[in-house]
Design a protein around this ligand. Structure first.
Ligand SMILES: Nc1nc2c(c(=O)[nH]1)N[C@H]1C(S)=C(S)[C@@H](COP(=O)(O)O)O[C@H]1N2
Ligand SMILES: [Mo]
Length: 181
């Protein structure tokens, strides 16, 4: 009996220690990915390097997000009410270089995060489909600056079917690229 109790107490102590260390580890883990500026580069006339305050100078939009869904279909927590700038408004300011009439149709925008997570948009989605009205770089969540879990700057494509996939926390860079000739 005492032996069983001893094993039980050891298990309790191990699990308490493990959960405490995961907590602190995960916060430090998140902190190192937090980004405070967004670089915009590639096939554009104006390279940009935007702080949160710079982003606030663009027209601000608000979206009430439904719960996120992973690409696998798994339901996740929602983002709530988010506030930020549409991707297309940032790209208008960056001024995409298009020498020929058909160039833009071969372009993509790569949105990358500090942990290496990357997603792409096509120019046509952003400028010639309803997706563009919901592709947002956000800097506020429920009227507050973002927490370390999202970073100071994040992004989401709110009109996607499964919104988890193009939710990019710790957003760092947008790159415009013509991918075929
Ligand atoms: N920077 C970054 N953003 C990311 C990911 C990631 O690994 N890194 N995972 C994505 C995936 S696959 C999903 S489903 C959602 C999960 O969002 P949640 O952790 O807020 O539930 O975030 C997305 N954003
Ligand atoms: Mo996901």
């Amino acid at each position: 009996m005492r032996k069983i109790f001893g094993i039980f107490m050891t298990a309790v102590l191990i699990s308490v220690y493990a959960s405490a260390s995961t907590e602190s580890h995960s916060h430090a883990f998140m902190q190192k990915f937090v980004t405070t500026r967004l670089a915009v580069t590639g096939d554009i006339k104006n390279n940009l390097n935007l702080s949160v305050d710079d982003l606030k100078k663009f027209p601000m939009q608000e979206i009430n997000m439904q719960p996120l869904t992973c690409q696998s279909g798994r339901k996740l927590k929602g983002l709530g009410k988010i506030k930020g700038v549409l991707l297309k408004d940032i790209l208008e300011k960056a001024n995409i270089i298009s020498k020929n009439h058909n160039d833009v149709k071969k372009m993509i925008i790569i949105a990358s995060a500090s942990d290496g997570y990357k997603v792409i948009y096509s120019w046509s989605e952003v400028f010639n489909s309803p997706i563009g009205d919901g592709a947002m770089i956000f800097i506020e969540q429920n009227n507050k600056p973002l927490t370390d879990k999202e970073g100071r700057i994040a992004m989401v494509s709110s009109r996607d079917k499964r919104t988890g996939a193009r939710h990019v926390r710790w957003l760092q860079k947008l790159e415009v690229k013509k991918i075929i000739d």
